[in-house]
Each structure stands twice: as C-alpha cells, then as structure tokens.
Design a protein. Structure first.
Lengths: 466, 454
C-alpha cells in the first residue's frame, strides 16, 4: 500500500490562533521568583507557596526520564509558565473577553453546553475563563470549579486531598506541575449524589511556547457517580509548547467515577501528564483515554485498587500520524483482595507515527482473588510506522487470574478485499476498518464525542491511501 | 548494589587472559584481549539503572572474585557428580559425538563414551579452534560479541573448555551430540559452545549443565550458533544444577535463509539464575521455535530473557515458556519480539504461562513488542494463576488425593513443553527431569494444599 506523506497540520482545524490575548504573562523560564509570583498573584496561603517551592526544588534535582519518548526538544528556559488571559472568570459567556469567547465559539463549546452538559469549565492559557454548573446540582452540594477557586473557597476539603494521590516527588513532571500549577478542575460530589449528565472541561493553549499546567482534583463521596470529560486543542506554531497536567481522583466506597479525555493538541505540544485514581471498597474507576494530537504524549492513567471489591478499567485509543509519538498506557495496582481490572488499548500508527503501550499491572501479596485482563492491539498502516508494547506484570499473590494479550498487525488484506469487492474505495475501506478497530472505545463515549472522534479519525486517515 | 572495584580484580583477569592467550592462535589471543578491554569498559550492571537487571538484584552474586580457583583433581579423574551425570539416562541414547568440560577445561574420562559418527562432528574447544581456525573465526565473538554484555566478555576472556560443533554441507548425522558442562568446588566455569551448520546440514545437540548439591559454584556458559541456509539444528538444554549454584548463561544464534532452529530447555536446580536466549533471524524464511520450562522452589530465583530479532523478511518465530513456582521462589521473564525495518511478512509469537503454587511465590512477566515494519503478525500472551479449583475438584471427585491431584495438574501443565522434545531418549530425559522436580516438590511438601492467606 503506497502512502502519500501528508501534512497533518494542514487538516488540523483547531490550529488557528487569536493573537496574544492576555493581561499578564510571567517572564520566560522557571525560577523560585516566578513560582512565588504565581502564588502571590493568586493570593494563596503560605502552605501552598511552600508546597510549590519544594516541588520546584524536586523538579530541578530529578533527572529527565531515561525511558519512553524523546523529550530532548523541550527547552525549559524558553517556556512561559504562567499566562493570565483575563482579569475575571465569567459565569456567563458574555462576561468572557470577546477574543477568547470567539475562540470557544469556534470550538463549539457554548453550543455543546446548551445541548448536553451539566457543567462547563473553559481554561485558556493558565486560567479558567468561564465556568458554570447547573443550579440543581449546585443545590445538591456538587462542587465544580477551577482548582484555584477550590483552594480559596473550600480549603478544608481541598487541603485534605490535594497532592495525596500524586505527591510532588512522584516524577519530574508531577513536580513541575506541583510547582507552577494553575487552573484545572475541582470536583466534589457529595454522598449519594449521582451526576447523570457529564461535566466538561475544555483546555486551550493559545500563546506560543506556552506551558499549561492544570491541576485537577476529583472527590466522589460514597455511593456517588460522576462523569468528567476533558478536551484540549492548541494553535499550530513552529515552536513547541508544553502541557503537563496532574489529575488526582479519590473514589470513596461504592462510588463510580468515569474520566474521559479526548486529547487533540496540535502537533507542536509535548503532552506529559500524570493521572492517578485511588479506588476504595467496591468503587469503580474508569479512564477513557483518547490520544489523537500532540507531538509527544507520555501518559499512563493509573488506578490503585485500595479497597476490597474495587474495579478499575482503562480503555484507550492512540492514533499517531507523521512525526507523532504516542507513548500511552495504563497502570493498575491491586492492593486489596477481590479487586478486578480490565485494560484495553487500541493504537494505530500511520506514516512515520509511533505508538507505544507501556503498562504496569501489579498484584500485592495480600490481594487474593484478583482478576485482571490486559489486551493491547496495534494497527500499522504504513511501512515506516512503529509500534511498541511494554506491559509489565508483577504478581505477588497466588490466588489470581491474570491474562495479557497483545497483537500487532496491518489492515487485513482479506478485509480490504471484501470491502473493495463491494465497490468501496480503498481509502474508505481502510477508514472503515480503522473505525471498526477502535469501536470498543468509541461506544463508551457520549454520542457527540463519538461522532467527533470518528470525524477526527477520518481526517487523520485522509490521503492515507494512494 | 555492589559496584565492583576495577583494580585488583582486573589484574587477575588480565593475568588469566595473558596466560590463556599463551597457547591460543593469534586471532584468538586478539579476541581475548578485545574481550578484556570490553569487560573493563562495560560497567558492572545495576538493578537501578539497567532494565535487564531491574527485577534481579543481588548482581554481586556473579562477582567472579567470589569463586575459588579451579583445583587440579588429577588428570582424567571425574568428580562423582559428573560421573553420575555421565552415566545418566542420556548415555542410553544414540550418541554421535561427546564432549565434557568443567572449571578446569575439557576432561577426558578414563572410560570415554564411544561416539559412532564417521567423522568428528564435535571437538574439544581448544582442539577445534586450532584445527578449524577459518571456520570459528566467523563464529567466536561474532555471534555473541564480547561488548554486548559483561558476562559474554568475561566468558570470552576466561573460557578454557567447551566444544566446537561443525557439520559440513548437506551432512545430517544420526543421533545426537552430547555436551556435558559441569562445575564444582565453589569455583567458576565458563564453558563455550560454538556450533556451525553449513548449508542444508542437520543436527541434534543436547547440552547438560550440572553441578553437585550444596555447591556454591558459578556456571556461566556462552553458546554461539550459526546456521547457514536450509540448515536445521535441534538444540536441547537440560539443566540440573545443585541448589546452591549460580547460573548465568547466554545462548545466541544467527539463523540463515530458510534455516530452522529448534530450542528446548528444562531449567531445574540453581539458586539464582540469569539466562538469555537470543535469536537473530537473519535469513528470509527462517524459522525458530523456542520452548522451555522452569520449576522453582524454596528461594530460587530464575530470570529468563529472550529475544526474537527479525532482521530478514518472511521469518517465523514462536516461543512458549512455562513456569511453575513453589514456596518462596520467583520467576522473572522478559521476552522481546523486535521486527526491524523492512522485515515484512514477519510472524512472531511469545507465550509465557506462570503457575503459582504457593502464596509466597512470585512471577513477573514482561513480554514486549518493538515493531518497525507494518506487514506483520506479532502477538504475545501472558498468564499467571494458581491451580484451577475445578480441575482439583474433578480429580478429587474421582478419588485422587489432593496432593497427588496437584502433582498431576502440574505435570499436565508442562505436558506440551515435554512433548515438543525430540522423540525417544531426549523426550524421556526431559520428562524425567520434570518428574524428578515434582518428586522433589512433593517431598518438601510444596505440593500440599495451600490454604488461602487471610
């Protein structure tokens, strides 16, 4: 199958920029002064400043990871670590500065909100510029705001959980985020409350050489349910941007948290994210993780099954086009007995794209009667494409059932032939097969997202067959 | 982690290298010097830094300074454990050639086995290297370059015994070549096996790695195999070391066009082991089957690392590794399928199955894929679990006692590995090793029913 090299950026419809739109921008580079300045501008309590400075120190001492994707292109001194786009956060879209509102209009956020969301948060550069939550949920005590507001207005809950799932010294990029974090979402769902309609956060980077470091903390109390969706885009620049988020989830007994990501950064963003959930007794945590954009992604959503009977699920799709490296995966740590987990990873490499599945499944000695299955499938569309699979399995308990399977293959000639013999063009047929390949993922998405994802995939696939 | 100091030990290595090189042909002396430099340059591995060693700490168990200098027991005198191995079930088979070595080098038993081959297929290491220099120059240090790993360079510097196995074009000797490598007296042995099969040749080689019980020796063999076009080698490894022995082995092969490499291994015994099986699929349409098993008990630690490197297109490789771990033993497995650019139409498979016989036993499984071509079919599977309650119930409902039932189930777990051994003496020996290991497990109570940990 001869393949025409395709300029992906050409079809990246979110690649526009709106000129520099900000009221304050910290100087380039990272220093204790920059960190202190961020903290001061946010009028944070002393403990947070101390937390940030400690994290900065750790970030400086920690070496770059020697494994995974090539990160040598990141110049930490050439990045803006904090850009404040507006003075105030809007409660209605009219309160959002015109230029920024136009951006989100073009991204279709206000429209989506009207149609099918219970709450929306929109982050532009370092700060959340728009925020809303349905009144009925607010009355039930559901908190959904940006993390800065969480710290300011709900300090008891915030401080109790912040940094407990992912401490600053967890890894180099968690340390970086802990030092300069800004924005993100703070979600608190009280006992017994089920938020049936998804909450959504939308992240947008606009400035060139910008670093976005949002911080998300989700606490689901007993017997509650919440589905949180995030999406992200950025303009296409010649210089690289850095996105390094930290997401912490605490799922209390019998709760159910579903976290969906559609990552569609432009191809000049390094996306280095730490995501981790703690699942207590009989709770369910699901990561639904779609990686389509970015230059390099390193992201391994993890679940610590701490309580008996807890269940973890990671369902992910990675699509790497020319020049992209999606180093994604999943981690599930079985600490408690009778816990179960499922990991399904689907990846597609096209052109010179590279996908890697990097997983870790661990069963601690006292975790008996654990069941887990890990399945990774990779599809290679072109000769230069590359796929790697690195699942680690550590089993320290006897009474377990662990299964892992991985396959790597190209689009089946028989399948292509079958479709083509029915009058479907090769390109269409290939796109159909790819869509079928990721079907288990797509069917877990809300309808609107599923449609959007299918559209994105067919965009990526365009011109892939010649 | 012990960072081994360079100075004092190096002097000894150097002395040994120079002494050994004294009797070597010039090319071999040169190779030993290269290996010595490589040994010095490659840092001592660390489980914090090196992925290969992450799950196998205590690397200082391999420190060559810990082992005694070989003692001269008198020429021709075989220590009892070697004599016992020599007289073992394999002696009943159809042996076409025979070589024996231990830490002192190649040995010449007073009652040698009479091989039936019409021409010498296998020779002692030194004799073979001297007699067929032009053959071995392209194999020794080429298939397993000294710089690849510290232990390969160490073996290259210090090897004094082993075998050269060479089959000429189109020759297909009957029976099997028997290579017996032992170590004892708390010393270190570095046997080297070189195998070269010319075009269309076919051969079966069985290598035994043995040591006496309660002997804290180091057995560190390096095996280099080169298969020319259309050649077929069946390579069986039967390891029955004593429970105190440390094993560090490398088996590395280059498989040519339409050649076939069949490897079978039984790993039993040894206190602590790190073994590599690496196959480079250099020829189009080559075919490799790796099938092995391991039984761990007490505090044994087995680390096996495999590589199926597909360089040429249209090659097939298939690996099955079954592990049963009892007591507090631990298995570590890492298996990489790598498909290089251009190696289209590759078909590769890895399967690792782990049976946990005790709540304290542990298995790590890490099959990995690195695929740089697209028209391929590469798959791996890995499982870990304990004995299925339904199977136990089935046996017990038919009047089989629990312990006996567990033993049968473990035996059944290994059946497909054993059945893949070449029919006849080799398969019976393979089965014998498994049955003996199970007997040992039963004796120590490791097969008695385990109660669930609360």
């Amino acid at each position: 199958m001869a393949v025409a090299a395709k300029d992906l950026t050409k079809d990246y419809k979110y690649g526009f920029n709106d000129g520099d739109e900000f009221v304050f921008r910290a100087e380039r580079g990272l220093s204790p002064e920059v960190v202190a300045d961020i903290s001061r501008r946010k009028s944070e309590p002393a403990w947070m400043l101390e937390f940030r400075l400690k994290a900065l120190e750790h970030f400086r001492q920690r070496p770059m990871p020697s494994w995974g994707a090539d990160l040598s292109g990141i110049d930490f001194d050439d990045i803006y670590y904090y850009v404040r786009p507006a003075e105030e956060q809007g409660r209605t879209w009219d309160e959002v500065p015109e230029g920024i509102k136009r951006t989100f209009d073009r991204l279709g956020i206000p429209e989506a909100e009207r149609k099918f969301l219970a709450g929306v948060s929109a982050q532009y550069e370092s700060e959340v510029v728009y925020h809303s939550i349905r009144e009925d949920l607010e009355k039930l005590g559901v908190l959904f705001c940006d993390c800065d507001t969480g710290l300011r207005e709900h300090p008891e809950i915030f401080r109790k959980y912040f940094g407990t799932v992912i401490p600053p010294n967890d890894n180099k990029f968690a340390a970086l985020n802990s030092a300069v974090w800004s924005g993100g979402s703070f979600v608190y769902v009280p006992k017994g409350v089920r938020v049936e309609i998804p909450l959504q956060a939308y992240f947008r980077i606009n400035t060139e050489s910008m670093g976005q470091f949002e911080r998300t903390l989700i606490i689901a109390e007993e017997d509650s349910f919440v589905h949180y969706i995030e999406g992200c885009t950025a303009p296409t620049y010649s210089k690289d941007s850095l996105h390094s988020a930290v997401v912490e989830i605490i799922a209390m007994p019998n709760s159910h948290v579903r976290y969906t990501t559609i990552q569609n950064w432009s191809n000049n963003v390094y996306n280095l994210v730490t995501k981790r959930a703690i699942a207590k007794e009989h709770s369910v945590v699901e990561w639904i993780d779609g990686n389509l954009g970015s230059k390099v992604t390193m992201k391994y959503p993890s679940i610590y099954l701490m309580g008996e009977g807890a269940h973890g699920e990671v369902l992910s799709v990675a699509f790497a086009g020319d020049g992209q490296h999606q180093d994604a995966g999943a981690k599930v740590i079985h600490v408690a007995p009778n816990t179960t987990s499922t990991i399904v990873s689907k990846s597609v490499s096209k052109g010179t794209g590279r996908t890697s599945y990097r997983g870790h499944l661990k069963v601690y000695p006292k975790a008996h009667n654990v069941r887990s299955s890990v399945r990774c499938d990779a599809l290679l569309l072109d000769e230069q494409a590359r796929s790697d699979t690195y699942p680690y399995m550590d089993v320290e308990a006897e009474d377990v059932q662990i299964g892992h399977e991985a396959t790597v293959s190209k689009v089946g000639d028989e399948q292509l032939f079958y479709l083509q013999s029915r009058g479907i063009s090769e390109q269409e047929a290939t796109a159909m097969i790819v869509n079928g390949f990721i079907e288990p993922f797509v069917k877990e998405l809300p309808m609107e997202y599923a449609l959007e994802l299918n559209r994105l995939i067919s965009l990526q696939m365009e011109g892939s067959v010649g | 982690m012990t960072e081994t100091p360079a100075s004092s030990r190096m002097t000894r290595e150097e002395a040994v290298a120079v002494a050994l090189a004294g009797g070597d042909p010039a090319w071999l002396a040169g190779l030993r010097q290269t290996a010595l430099s490589a040994y010095r340059e490659v840092p001592w591995p660390s489980s914090a830094r090196d992925e290969d060693w992450r799950r196998t700490p205590q690397i200082d168990k391999l420190d060559p300074a810990k082992f005694a200098e070989p003692q001269d027991l008198g020429a021709g005198e075989l220590p009892p454990y070697l004599q016992a191995a020599l007289d073992g079930p394999l002696s009943a088979g159809d042996i076409s050639a025979f070589v024996i070595s231990d830490e002192r080098g190649n040995l010449h038993p007073s009652q040698p086995v009479a091989p039936r081959a019409a021409y010498p297929i296998a020779q002692e290491l030194a004799g073979g290297l001297a007699a067929e220099a032009e053959v071995w120059q392209s194999v020794a240090g080429k298939v397993a370059p000294p710089g690849l790993r510290k232990w390969i360079s160490l073996n290259t510097v210090r090897t004094r015994g082993g075998a050269c196995v060479h089959v000429a074009r189109g020759q297909q000797p009957e029976g099997y070549v028997r290579l017996l490598h032992g170590v004892s007296q708390g010393s270190a042995s570095f046997p080297r096996t070189l195998i070269k099969l010319e075009e269309g040749a076919s051969l079966t080689v069985v290598e035994e790695w043995v040591s006496p019980a309660d002997d804290p020796s180091l057995l560190a063999p390096v095996v280099e195999v080169e298969l020319a076009r259309g050649a077929h080698l069946t390579h069986v490894f039967l390891q029955q070391c004593g429970d105190q022995t440390v094993v560090q082995s490398t088996v590395r092969a280059q498989v040519g066009q339409e050649a076939r490499y069949d490897v079978r291994w039984n790993m039993v015994g040894a206190a602590w082991q790190k073994s590599y099986f690496e196959v480079l699929m250099l020829g189009e349409g080559s075919d490799t089957r790796l099938v092995g098993l391991c039984v761990g008990r007490q505090r044994q630690h087995y680390d096996v690392q495999t590589l199926q490197d597909h360089v040429a297109r249209g090659a097939v490789s298939d690996l099955l590794y079954r592990v049963a771990v009892a007591d507090r033993s631990r298995s570590v497995y890492a298996g990489l399928i790598r498909v290089e650019e251009g190696a289209q139409k590759t078909n590769a498979y890895v399967q690792n199955r782990n049976l946990l016989l005790s709540p304290q036993a542990k298995s790590d499984s890490n099959p990995t894929l690195e695929i740089l071509a697209n028209d391929v079919r590469c798959t791996h599977g890995s499982t870990a679990g304990r004995i299925d309650d339904n199977q136990l119930f089935y046996c017990e409902s038919r009047g089989i006692e629990r312990e006996q039932a567990r033993r049968l189930i473990v035996e059944g777990f290994f059946a497909d590995v054993v059945d893949s051994f070449p029919e006849g003496t080799l398969r019976e020996c393979g089965r014998g090793v498994v049955l003996e290991a199970l007997e040992e497990l039963a004796r120590s109570g490791a097969l008695a029913s385990t109660s669930r940990s609360a």
